[in-house]
Design a protein. Sequence first.
Length: 343
Amino acid sequence: MDLPALTSQTVALYRQLLSEPRSRVASAAAALGLTEEAARALVDELRVLGLVRTAPDDEQRLVAVNPAVAVAQTLFPEERDLRKRQQELARARAELEELEQFYTEHRKQCRGAAAIEILPGLEAVRSMLRQLADSCVEEVLTSQPGGGRATPVLEEAIGRDEEMLRRGVRIRTLYQHTARYDPPTAAYVERVTRLGAEVRTLSDGFARMIVFDRRVGVVSLHDEPYGAVLVHDASLLDFMLTSFERAWVEAAPYPTSYSQREVQALSAEIRKDIVQLLVAGLDDRAISRRLGMALRTCQRHISTIMEGLGARSRLQAGYLIAQQGLLEESRRPQDPPTADVPG
């Protein structure tokens, strides 16, 4: 049963019925300056709470009920049902935890098969992420290529991440440079960094994954947009961790504000990446996906590059890039990030 909360109006009506027993709805409404319709709605709320009843000799007259009686009649049954439900949940939890022992033993016996687990759908992935976040005690490593993240995804993640940060869990997150200009992602970053999270960005070259406490990882499931793979194997986890740390060292801190110089430098770096991908033969759509930017934004960058080269075609652009040494220039190591690199 959904029990309404007491409001100032329902309390005022209850007190009016105490001061004038056996009132009718019309007289109570007049005393409180309410319409009869509004007063009847309040009476219905009090009736659900067990705080009002009709007079036995006149159904049009209202009588206030002792709150202690209302508690006994209304809340006790609800509390009894709640206790019963809690007992059922405790029993189910104990039974499932007992099965977990068998599952763990089976995984040890079949180590190769248990190196990974398939999470086939969105609900399974959400449930597992919630479980892993609740049990995490030290650190979460996250890399999220693809530019800015969808608002519903961020709304789901923010509560989970803030809860971990308040427990003292360290969170490090990698995005692509293009995520810096996505307002929902920027708002998310501002909230989590206030609580101690570290966020950096990189142009390209890292995979989507999450690692909890360096003991279990989550990666995307191939050809299944809403599925994921749970990784337990120590060798696979070591590869994931090494890949993350390498990308982390090369990445730059996510800025809280921008100077014109920083924006120009970032734009130049993105264009260097586009040059490499153009020479590699990727089309506009593939480049935009690879760098996590909108297709039109990518096409504007490509147009700027071709105009700067004086090229009229992709083929001519490739020739001019090679002739002018732009590809070699874009491959030179970048200056290391100014932020401290974790040990």
